[in-house]
Write a protein that binds this ligand. Structure first.
Ligand code: ARG
Length: 464
């Protein structure tokens, strides 16, 4: 290779160039620092490709054996950390190919027959997304199960349900937690749908137009466990919509976790005091000795912005790219990897965090007592006795005002006081003014009645 313009460094594409790539440019265009994370997927893809080439008689049996042996060796070098990565070889694909050729000679140079880095990287990335989705799904399942464990003993624990962050109606704590179990179910559904669309094979598209070799794409798809083929070669090498969908699903998981974070932060504020977070998830202040700060949920809330940013970065990356492959796409990896890592780590820490929550039912009940949370129940009581809802609403509003003036709850008003707002009130009114009566009356699927919540927990557990 001496006498070559790249000074013999042997860049795998350098034949047509008069001068070597500049140092700055080399560093600017290289991706090996981050795409080496795809190394094992790259090897899997190469093995499948080589086996197909041999199966179609494009590669000799001896060459295939050498490639298999060489790639296995490279795999162990990478796993044991002895593989030497070089920025001179730009990316993960060229690093591995260069090493393969160093190990096995010409057979290594034959591996790239009928293939391009364009369909190669698209394949690697789809394999990575598929595997990562499976790991995130397991994390979401563990998160759901830790929520269910926390909910189980609190099927009858009453707390204020809020709208506009004002006390609205009583709900059970378990019911509130189950809302997050539902969100996580939809997150899992989203990932699984994204997985189905990502699980198709780009290899065979080569650079953009396909290849003139008699390849067998179905063979490669079977080897790699892809459920189908990318049906258009231009689309196969250029679109990253599967990665964008993946980042979108990650962003939504984080948005859900961020909402829970916000509630945990609120609930553990001493002014509210509904829960306590275990000390191991909090930090103190270097100046204020009384402080116990909910760092973990705050950080999760903060990291949500970062993952949303990755989604926007990927959308913007794809926008206005002409067909087919453009180097822009090399920029897809860092946002994608970071989105996945952030979601994975946040789910892991949240499983532990939820397990360390101490619930304070007395504080929840005290908050309920202050909020006239059964006012709607009183209105419904009057409606069931024939009063139109709007009139009932008005009568109860006046009763609430009266109770406020007396400095007590609705249930503490004497019968005569209550009757002064509507003659329809009888002694049985006190049944609906209690928290328990209010909860028990919402007795339909999706409602907060303890009986329903118990059934919902069972259904959720069965579906995990
Ligand atoms: N490192 C590149 C990427 O991540 C691989 C594909 C390069 N293809 C090319 N024609 N330069 O997208």
């Amino acid at each position: 290779m001496t006498g070559r313009p790249d000074g013999g460094a042997g860049k795998l594409w350098s034949g047509r160039f008069d001068e070597p790539v500049g140092e700055t440019v080399k560093r600017y265009t290289a991706s090996v620092a981050f795409d080496r994370r795809l190394a094992l997927h790259d090897i899997r893809g190469s093995l499948a490709h080589a086996r197909m080439l041999a199966h179609r008689g494009i590669l000799g049996a001896g060459d295939l054996a050498a490639i298999e042996e060489g790639l296995a060796r490279i795999g162990s070098e990478i796993e044991s950390g002895t593989f030497v990565w070089s920025v001179d070889d730009e990316d993960v694909h060229l690093n591995i190919e260069k090493r393969l050729t160093a190990l096995i000679g010409d057979a290594g140079k034959r591996l790239h027959t009928g293939r391009s880095r364009n369909d190669q990287v698209a394949t690697d990335l789809r394999l990575w997304v598929r595997e990562t989705i499976d790991a995130i799904d397991a994390g979401l399942r563990r998160f759901q199960s830790s929520l269910l464990d926390l909910a189980q003993p609190h099927v009858e624990t009453a707390m204020p349900g809020f709208t506009h962050l004002q006390v609205a109606q009583p709900v059970t704590f378990a019911h509130h937690l189950l809302a997050y179990v539902e969100m996580a179910s939809r997150d899992r559904e989203r990932f699984s749908q994204c997985r189905a669309r990502a699980n198709r094979l780009p290899l065979g598209a080569a650079a953009l137009a396909g290849t003139s070799y008699p390849i067998d794409r179905e063979f490669v798809a079977r080897e790699l466990g892809f459920e189908g083929l990318c049906e258009n070669s231009l689309d196969a090498v250029s679109d990253r919509d599967f990665a964008i969908e993946f980042a979108g699903a990650c962003a939504l998981v984080m948005v859900h976790l961020s909402r829970l974070s916000e509630e945990l932060i609120l609930w553990m504020n001493p002014c509210v005091g509904f829960i306590d977070l275990a000390d191991r998830f909090c930090t103190g202040s270097s100046i204020m000795p009384q402080k116990k700060n909910p760092d973990v949920p705050e950080l999760a809330r903060g990291k949500t912005g970062r993952v949303i940013g990755h989604l926007v970065a990927l959308l913007t990356l794809m926008k206005a790219q002409p067909l087919a492959y453009n180097k822009d796409n090399q920029e897809d990896k860092e946002p994608l990897f970071d989105a996945a890592d952030t979601v994975t780590d946040t789910l892991t820490v949240f499983c532990e965090l939820v397990g360390g929550i101490r619930v304070k039912p007395d504080a929840m009940r005290a908050a309920l007592a202050q909020g006239y949370a059964t006012a709607t129940d009183l209105a419904d009581y009057l409606v069931k006795r024939g009063l139109p809802f709007r009139d009932a609403h008005e009568a109860v509003a006046r009763a609430v005002r009266h109770a406020q003036e007396q400095g007590c709850g609705l249930a503490a008003l004497p019968l005569d006081d209550l009757r002064s707002f509507s003659p329809l009130v009888e002694t049985d009114v006190y049944d609906v003014l209690t928290i328990e009566g209010s909860l028990a009356s919402r007795n339909h699927r999706g409602g907060t009645a303890p009986e329903q919540v118990r059934a919902a927990i069972e259904r959720a557990r069965a579906s995990l």
